[in-house]
Design a protein. Structure first.
Length: 148
């Protein structure tokens, strides 16, 4: 059974994401090193139905099985790949609809490293719309269970 993480939102709602070590092992490892995590969750401007939280990894995370097309429930890691060191912005995002990942520069390749199961997609949409309409809120991310 894969490890699971819990995203708990300040204004209510929780999401449980299953990590995908078979798809992005180094991203999963680096994400687990960031936990527990408390951050602010924002709604994206460029990529549509996406909420994201800025993060800071403890080391370099490589590009792994990257895509520019995400689906509902995908949890991704993104960074400014062209920048090195501490200057590069990093984020973890959760998608509440299928999207093409992009910004003002064009398509953005991302690492999909976890997935929120379909049974929670309505909750993702409720949280995403709330952040879009009401603004930022705090989120905590903790390890729920670790694979044996």
């Amino acid at each position: 059974m894969p490890s699971k993480v819990l995203f708990k939102f300040e204004r209510g709602g929780e999401l449980i994401a299953e990590l995908l070590p078979g798809v992005a092992p180094e991203t999963v490892r680096a994400f687990l090193e960031m936990l527990p995590l408390e951050s602010t969750v924002y709604h994206t401007r460029w990529c549509g139905r996406e909420i994201y939280l800025p993060v800071k990894s403890k080391g370099a995370i490589p590009r792994e099985n990257q895509t520019t097309q995400t689906n509902t429930g995908d949890v991704i890691y993104w960074k400014e790949w062209e920048k090195e060191g501490g200057e590069a912005a990093e984020a973890v995002s959760i998608y509440y609809g299928p999207e093409v990942v992009r910004d003002h520069r064009g398509y953005l390749p991302v690492n999909v490293f976890a997935r929120v199961p379909q049974a929670q997609w309505q909750t993702i949409e409720e949280i995403g719309l709330r952040v879009w309409q009401r603004g930022i809120e705090r989120v905590t991310v903790t390890l729920l269970e670790r694979a044996g």
